[in-house]
Design a protein around this ligand. Structure first.
Ligand code: ZN
Length: 164
């Protein structure tokens, strides 16, 4: 699986819900495995379907100190009022890093690749990765969450890099 980069239209589309997950478990298990392979190859901590050309509501995370997790048709149930700022990057915007403000904790419900529903309450980096990957399903990228002046600066850099 190749990771699509900034400028590809698919990254800006809202991903479609996975239909009939339970009837296609082997297919989704295989998809998740391939996504983990791509994630490891790129040394990332999260990857969403649209980033690998799959406009479907699936993302995976693999954060140090936590188990690898698959989220299919996720819903964000709750986020904390409290926020924190941390430097984020994205496999689809290689070499670009910027501080993004996000909620400190998140409660999310989803199905895993075994077709089981689960609810997870996460905080810190895990919460951040979940929210970053969820954004990808909505066609949102982390630079969209930067203050306008900063966003423009980062965009200019990306364009310059693409021309170089
Ligand atoms: Zn990303």
């Amino acid at each position: 699986m190749d990771v699509l980069t900034f400028g590809n239209d698919m990254l800006r589309q809202k991903a479609a819900p996975v239909e009939n997950l339970k009837g296609n478990l082997s297919q989704w298990k295989e998809t998740a495995e391939k996504m983990f392979d791509a994630l490891k190859a790129q040394k990332g901590i999260g990857l969403a379907g649209p980033q690998v050309g799959l406009s479907q509501r699936i993302f995976i995370i693999d954060v140090d100190g936590d188990e690898p997790r698959v989220f299919i048709n996720p819903s964000i149930i709750e986020t904390s009022q409290e926020t924190w700022k941390y430097e984020e990057g994205c496999l689809s915007i290689p070499g670009t890093w910027a501080n993004v403000v996000r909620p400190k904790t998140v409660k999310v419900q989803a199905w895993n690749e075994k077709g089981r529903s689960f609810t997870l309450e996460a905080s810190g980096l895990i919460a951040r990765v979940i929210l970053h990957e969820y954004d990808h399903l909505e066609g949102v990228m982390f630079i969209d969450r930067l203050p306008e002046a900063k966003r423009q600066k980062v965009l200019d850099k990306i364009v310059k890099k693409a021309k170089a």
